[in-house]
Design a protein around this ligand. Structure first.
Ligand code: ADP
Ligand code: MG
Ligand code: ZN
Length: 579
C-alpha cells in the first residue's frame, strides 16, 4: 500500500468513518476495502500499529458488520428500479429483504419463478461488503454472474472450473472487497474456497436451493452439510432459499445452518401466468398424442419449451418426429453421455435449440426464465413432480402454456417401476400416480386443485386454466394434415405465446412485439448472451403495449433500469418511434 505511515491512514479512515454516510453502500464498501488493506499491512508490519490504532480499526470493523441503517420502503423501491429496472417487488420479496437488511437470519419458501435470487442480490448491493452465494450448480454460475454483470452488479464465482491464475486473480479481488457477490458450490467450501474467504468482509451468506442440505429433501447433497460452520465463522446473517416446503426439510435447514430465530417467509404457490390444460389420451375426437404435440409446438414456433416423456424411447422417437416437422428439437435423458447432455443444455440456454424433449432427468440445471411452454406427453409421477415440472415455465412472469396428456395406462407404467421397492416405498409409489390421475380428472379450477394439494387454499383462477376459461389450446393450434407423401404441416403461426397476453384487437402492439423480439435477438447475438439477459418477454410485452417514445417513458417500463436504458434505449426507441 502506498501509504506514508499506517498511523496516518488509520486516522484518516477513523475520521471519515465518523462523518460519512453509513447508509451508503458505496461508502461502506470503500471503508471495507481500506480496512482490509490495513489488515494486510498489519500482518507484515505489526510493529507500526499502536494498540489505540488497532482498537480504532476493530471498532470500525465491528460497526461495519452491523447491518446498514434501516432502508426505508421508498428507498428499497428506488434501489430495485435503479439496480434491476423493476417497478415493484413480487410477493414475499420485500419481507425477505427487510429481514436480511435488519441483520436477521431468514428462511424463505417460495415456488420456482417467484424471484428468490433478487432477495439476496438487492441486499448485496445495499449492504456493502460481499455476499457469499452458495449454489449447487456450477454449470449455472457463469450465467448467473453474466446476468448480474448485465444488470451492473460486480459479481464473480469460484469453482473447480477455473484455471489457477484466474482463480488467484479473483481471490485477490475478493479480498480487496471488489465484488458485491461471490458464488460458490458447497463442495468448494470444503477446501480451497473456504480458505479464499479468509479476510473477506462478508456481510451476508445466501444459501440457494437450501433443501439440498436436508436428508428429507429430494436432492440431498452431502457437501451442503459443510455449510454448518459458516454462520458461526463469519458471524453474519444467513438467508436460506428453497421451493421445497415440508416441515421436516425446513427444520433441518434451520438446524444445519445454525440459524438463530430466523424470519420465516412463505410465498404463494399459485402461479397465475401458467395457463394449465389437460387432455386424456385416447379420448374420442382427440388426435394421436404425438400429432397433438407437433401441432402445439408448431403453433409456438420460435418459442422455447420442454416436452416431458416417461421413457427414453419416447424421448428419442418424439424428438425425431418433431425434427421431421421442422422443429429444432433435442433429446435429453440419463442414457446420454454426460458431454452430450451438457451440449444439449448449453444449446437450449443459448437459444440454439427451441424444444427439449426429455425425461425427468432434465431438471435442476434449468434456470431459463423464458420457457414459454411445458408439455407432458405422459402423466408425471406425482402432483409434486407435476408442479415442479410445469414450474420451469414462465419464470419471467409472462404467460406460458402447460399442457398435460395423461391416461390410466401411465399409472400402470409407474406401477411396473415400483416393482421391487420395500413395502412402504412401494405403497407410496403406487399412491402418487393415482393422486396425480385424480388431480387431472378432478373437475373445477386446475390451479385450485394443484395448489390445494400443496396445502394452500385459493379462489378459482377464472382465466388461467381450461376449466375456468373454457379454452382449448389444441383446437386453437393449426392442424397437421396427413398428405400422401407423409405429413404436411400448416405454416406456423407467428404470434407467440407471450403475445397472447396482448388484447386480440391490439394488432399493432402484436406486430411491434414481434419486431422487438427480432431486435432483442440481434442485440443478444451481438453481445453473445441469451436473449432474456437483454430484456425479458414480460418487459418486451410492456414496451409493445405502451409504445414509449421517449427515454423517460421507456424508463417507466418494468425491467428497464438506467443500465439497460443506456445500453439498449436508442435501439428500442428507434423501433417504437417508427410506424
Ligand atoms: P426463483 O429462484 O425463485 O425460481 P428467480 O430468482 O430465478 O426465481 O427469478 C425468476 C425471474 O423473475 C427472473 O427472470 C427475475 O429477473 C424475475 N424477477 C424477479 N423479481 C422480479 C420483480 N420484482 N419484478 C419483475 N421480475 C422479477
Ligand atoms: Mg432460484
Ligand atoms: Zn382455473
Amino acid at each position: 500500500m502506498p501509504s506514508p505511515h499506517p498511523a496516518i491512514e488509520v486516522e484518516r479512515l477513523r475520521a471519515e468513518w465518523q462523518v460519512g454516510d453509513r447508509a451508503d453502500p458505496g461508502f461502506r464498501r470503500a471503508c471495507t476495502v481500506r480496512l482490509n488493506e490495513l489488515r494486510a499491512l498489519f500482518r507484515v508490519q505489526p510493529d507500526d500499529f499502536a494498540p489505540a490504532m488497532i482498537a480504532a480499526l476493530r471498532g470500525i470493523a465491528d460497526e461495519l458488520r452491523l447491518p446498514a441503517p434501516r432502508t426505508e420502503a421508498a428507498a428499497l423501491a428506488a434501489a430495485l428500479k435503479a439496480t434491476f429496472g423493476y417497478d415493484s417487488f413480487r410477493p414475499g420479496q420485500r419481507a425477505i429483504i427487510e429481514a436480511v437488511m435488519e441483520g436477521r437470519d431468514c428462511i424463505a419458501v417460495m415456488p420456482t419463478g417467484a424471484g428468490k435470487s433478487l432477495t439476496y442480490q438487492l441486499p448485496a448491493r445495499l449492504l456493502g461488503g460481499t455476499t457469499l452465494v452458495i449454489s449447487p450448480l456450477i454449470s449455472l454460475m457463469k450465467d448467473q454472474v453474466d446476468a448480474l454483470e448485465e444488470a451492473g452488479l460486480r459479481a464473480t464465482f469460484l469453482n473447480s472450473s477455473l484455471p489457477p491464475d484466474e482463480r488467484a486473480r479473483r481471490v485477490g479481488a475478493l479480498r480487496r472487497g471488489e465484488y458485491e457477490l461471490c458464488y460458490a458450490a458447497p463442495e468448494g467450501l470444503e477446501a480451497s474456497v473456504g480458505e479464499a474467504l479468509e479476510g473477506v468482509a462478508l456481510t451476508l451468506i445466501a444459501v440457494d436451493e437450501a433443501h439440498c442440505i436436508s436428508h428429507w429433501g429430494h436432492d440431498f447433497r452431502p457437501a451442503y452439510r459443510n455449510l454448518a460452520g459458516l454462520k458461526t465463522r463469519f458471524g453474519v446473517p444467513v438467508l436460506a432459499l428453497t421451493a421445497t416446503a415440508t416441515r421436516e426439510v425446513m427444520r433441518d435447514i434451520v438446524a444445519q445452518l445454525a440459524m438463530v430465530q430466523p424470519a420465516e417467509v412463505r410465498g404463494s404457490f399459485f402461479r397465475r401466468n401458467l395457463r394449465l390444460s389437460a387432455y386424456k389420451k385416447g379420448e374420442a375426437g382427440l388426435p394421436q398424442v404425438r400429432d397433438a404435440i407437433v401441432r402445439l409446438v408448431r403453433a409456438r414456433a420460435g418459442e422455447r419449451g420442454i416436452v416431458y416423456c416417461l421413457s427414453r424411447r419416447s424421448v428419442e422417437s418424439l424428438t425425431e418426429f418433431l425434427r421431421r416437422h421442422g422443429v429444432t428439437a433435442a433429446a435429453y435423458h440419463a442414457g446420454l453421455e454426460p458431454e452430450e447432455r451438457t451440449r444439449v443444455q448449453d444449446a437450449f440456454r443459448r437459444d440454439a435449440v427451441d424444444v427439449i424433449v426429455a425425461t425427468v432427468a432434465f431438471g435442476m440445471g434449468i434456470d431459463k426464465p423464458d420457457i414459454r411452454f411445458v408439455i407432458h406427453r405422459d402423466m408425471p409421477r406425482s402432483p409434486e413432480a407435476y408442479y415442479q415440472e410445469i414450474g420451469r415455465a414462465g419464470r419471467d412472469g409472462a404467460a406460458s402454456d402447460c399442457v398435460l396428456f395423461y391416461s390410466y395406462a401411465d399409472v400402470m407404467s409407474y406401477d411396473r417401476f415400483a416393482g421391487d421397492a420395500p413395502a412402504e416405498i412401494a405403497a407410496r409409489q403406487r399412491r402418487q400416480p393415482r393422486e396425480m390421475l385424480n388431480l387431472a380428472e378432478r373437475p373445477g379450477c386446475r390451479h385450485q386443485g394443484i395448489v390445494g394439494y400443496l396445502g394452500e387454499a385459493i379462489a378459482p383462477c377464472e382465466d388461467a386454466c381450461d376449466a375456468c376459461a373454457g379454452t382449448d389450446v389444441l383446437a386453437a393450434a393449426p392442424k397437421v394434415s396427413r398428405g400422401r407423401r407423409g405429413l404436411a404441416v400448416a405454416p406456423p403461426a407467428v404470434a407467440s405465446v407471450a403475445a397472447a397476453a396482448l388484447p386480440t384487437g391490439a394488432l399493432a402492439a402484436r406486430a411491434l412485439f414481434e419486431e422487438l423480439r427480432a431486435l432483442r435477438r440481434r442485440l443478444a447475438d451481438a453481445r453473445k448472451v441469451p436473449a432474456y439477459m437483454v430484456f425479458s418477454d414480460a418487459t418486451l410485452l410492456e414496451i409493445a403495449a405502451r409504445r414509449p417514445r421517449s427515454e423517460a417513458q421507456l424508463l417507466a417500463i418494468s425491467g428497464v433500469g438506467p443500465k439497460k436504458l443506456a445500453q439498449y434505449g436508442a435501439a428500442i426507441l428507434d423501433v417504437t418511434r417508427s410506424g
